[in-house]
Write a protein that binds this ligand. Structure first.
Ligand code: NAD
Ligand code: TYD
Length: 361
């Protein structure tokens, strides 16, 4: 049975990926989820799978060399899928250090531990071992408003925020391991994800949450910054395809050609909420475009991101299955049906879930 070590599996993309993998492979794989459970990690995201025999949760910091080496020593790991990171740009502007620590140093610890476990005495690597580093399109910097400009795998790295710089640093480390040791790894650079279980500090869940509560909807700058939105399960599918069939040592961009200005996204969310909420729901009267409030721009705000996914399409046959109009409805419906999740997350109550679930284990 193939064993996966997933880092950051209690976060937004990691938990969706774990669901995707169990749906796809069932009992034929084993997953070990290593997560420090920062404010962004929430085990409630994995409630429905936590009792599976082929799933294990380990609470550990990826910067903790001993803890990570112990996991490799006790398990024959075949695949590493490395999601764990500090992921929010605004937080990185306020406090860059933790981004450098987790994203750069943590990745170095993961690479070293995997290399030590997988390396043969002659410097080659054991058969069928693979490390996938999950990264972002933000490492490429910012594109102009010109709609013919895209990020390719060959686009020079040019990050601007402390978050994207730390991710670029971690990409470079993975590249160094590939170039120096022929370490069996891939890097994926994905555009903005959306879907269930996203922490409401990011644009889409923040707008849903604020609109339902009748709170202001903060739009940074002129609202015309463009992001290329991808449904999270399409990202999970792309990661699995790269890990199974990607050429070792290669970088793959993942994105769905779904560019939208932030203000368009906000308008779509308000319109969809108005449509989905029944008249009897008291929150419906709160949801209004009057809540839109232009606020001071984010420092160093990247103007436009847009991925050219040609390589992953041509080499691996990946394509985004979920149209934005369907994905955003699914996402909004999920938040409406999971208000308790949102309340727990915003109040910090989800931290208690870990204590209740795992005390004494
Ligand atoms: P997230 O913030 O929702 O989750 C991050 C997870 O990592 C959390 O569970 C957290 O507890 C865990 N974590 C943080 N520091 C840790 C540490 N030191 N040790 C162990 N675990 C730790 O992030 P996300 O949005 O799910 O992003 C996952 C990955 O995908 C990140 O590497 C991010 O850079 C990348 N990515 C995200 C997007 C996006 O739109 N969200 C797009 C492209 C790439
Ligand atoms: P975000 O979800 O933080 O993702 P990223 O910065 O990694 O792309 O932000 C998406 C876009 O939305 C970005 O251009 C910043 C903007 N934004 C707002 O206008 N208001 C907000 O309250 C937030 C969180 C983001």
């Amino acid at each position: 049975m193939r064993t996966y070590l997933v880092t950051g599996g209690a976060g937004f993309i990691g938990s969706n990926y774990i669901h995707y993998m169990f749906d796809k492979y069932g009992d034929s794989i084993r997953i070990i989820n290593v997560d420090k459970l920062t404010y962004a990690g929430n085990l409630e995201n994995l409630k429905d799978i936590e009792n599976r025999d082929n799933y294990t949760f380990v609470k550990a910091d990826i910067c903790d060399k001993e803890a990570i080496e112990k996991i490799f020593a006790e398990n024959d790991i075949d695949r590493v899928v490395h999601f764990a990171a500090e992921s929010h740009v605004d937080r990185s502007i306020r406090n860059p250090e933790i981004f450098v620590k987790t994203n750069v140093l943590g990745t170095a610890v993961m690479l070293n531990a995997a290399k030590a476990a997988w390396e043969n005495p002659d410097g080659t690597f054991k058969e069928d071992k693979r490390f996938l580093h999950v990264s972002t399109d933000e490492v490429y910097g910012s594109l102009p408003d010109d709609e013919s400009a895209f990020f390719y795998e060959t686009t020079p790295i040019d990050p601007h925020s402390p978050y994207s710089s730390s991710k670029a640093g971690s990409d470079m480390l993975v590249k160094a391991y590939i170039d120096t040791y022929h370490f069996p790894a891939n890097i994926t650079n994905c555009s903005n994800n959306y879907g269930p279980y996203q922490f409401p500090e990011k644009l889409i869940p923040l707008i849903i949450n604020n609109a339902l509560a009748g709170k202001k909807l903060p739009v940074y700058g002129d609202g015309k910054n463009v992001r290329d939105w991808l449904y999270v399960m399409d990202h999970a599918k792309g990661i699995d395809m790269v890990q199974e069939n990607g050429r070792l040592g290669e970088r793959y961009n993942i994105g769905g050609h779904n560019e939208k200005q932030n203000i368009e996204i906000i308008n779509i969310i308000i319109e969809t909420l108005q449509e989905l909420l029944p008249d009897s729901d008291p929150r419906k009267k709160n949801v209004s475009k009057d809540l839109i409030t232009y606020v001071e721009d984010r420092k160093g705000h990247d103007r436009r991101y847009a991925i050219a996914p040609d390589k992953i399409k041509e080499e691996l046959g990946w394509y985004p299955e979920t149209m934005f109009k369907d994905g955003i409805r699914l996402t909004i419906k999920w938040y409406l049906e999971n208000m308790e999740w949102m309340e727990n997350v915003t109040s910090g109550d989800y931290q208690k879930y870990y204590e209740a679930m795992y005390s004494g284990r």
